[in-house]
Design a protein around this ligand. Sequence first.
Ligand SMILES: [Fe+2]
Ligand SMILES: [Fe+2]
Length: 467
Amino acid sequence: MTDPATMQDDPQRLAAFEAKIAAGDRIEAGEWMPQQYRFECLRLIQMHANSELMGALPEREWIPRAPTLSRKMALLAKVQDEVGHAQLLYRVAEDLGKPRQQMIEELLAGKSKFHNVFHYPAETWADVAVIQVFVDGAAMQTQGSLRSCSYAPYARVLKRICYEEDFHIRLGIDVHKTLAEGTPRQREMLQNAIDRWWQPIMHFFGPRDQASPHLETMMRWRIKVKTNDELRQQFLRQFVPLITDYGLRLPDPGLRWDEAGGRYEYSEPDWEEFKRVIRGAVLLPWVIPTALSTLGWWWMFNSLYSVVNWTGIALGIMDPPGPNWLGQKYYAMTAVVTVNIWRGLPFFAITMLAGLVSIPKELYEAAEADGAGRVARFWHVTLPMLKPVLAIVILFSTIFTFSDFNIVYVLTHGGPINSTHLFATLARQIGLESGQIGQGAAISLYLFPVLMIVVFAQLRFVRKQAY
Ligand SMILES: [Fe+2]
Ligand SMILES: [Fe+2]
């Protein structure tokens, strides 16, 4: 009976566990727990530990630049606290079955997450105040509520952490007060920092509550004690006065106290930005100017010192001197296609990823319950749900590829013997180099009606899919 899967299926143990939680008791590390419970606790605590560690980094930058000795000492102590919190939390997570080394490696490899607010830099000294008051203040809502969670080691460690976090917030309020009551320039710096941090802080609490079976289980097992909305409202009630009482501007024009509802109204933060921040690094090839990166490729395919040929020859798969990539018709076309695929890939990947994560998990669960295997789930759930996204991606990449200029111009100039031209490069050659302006203009406009028909057809398709 040591296999966790069979232990989890034991209905008697599960019933005893649920009864224990319902009675308000706590679970210790060595006790029996459902696999799902262990998994959710580990995920929560690992992310918390990562966030403490990553949160120390932007603040650390300000230790040498803090304005006075006492501010420097306070900040130094705070940063040390945060690293200490990470240590404590990794220790607690370790008991749930994942080695510390593995958690650190996952963090460094970008495989495990940390809270969105710790992805932003601290640009000015006022950012330090805003982080200490509002970011720690936001984190404190969740952590404070979890002191009564059902997993005993986490609840114990949170008592100590919250005690120190409370101290951070007090120190932060002191810096906040000094800046808010200071010179116009200090006030402006503070206002600016509040404006920049507001949206990430609103993101921090997650989307508005929706009825989901997942949330229900988390609340029943007391791994989550308060919902996103409850925590956000609690934060607003506590911290909005720190902005208004000092005569600073509220960063959200839609933010106001609703007397009748007894809650704050606020504008919905931009959730796309939230996703972008968390997935930022994947877009590198997409954001480097094409002409510059294509110059790199041009060098790699160059007939005299091509690294592609050098590598091929060294590996014994090409005979020296290797193909003249940019000087022969089919090779030149291969080169252009390769570079275009390389350039388009991140856009495809990120858009498809966005499409994939928006497919509700319940559909897969339902399909699985109906006995659908991997292949069937792909054909009947993933593909139909992805269709609109696929249509848009194909539309965009068709337009980008046909109307591209940079890649062909830098790599081949349309040659050899006009074999790799696109409309834009041909139009340039005929219109500007040969001086036949009329013909050049006609070529560059040729694609317009064709693309219009394609766009029209695809948008119709997408609309049909949406309703
Ligand atoms: Fe902390
Ligand atoms: Fe803190």
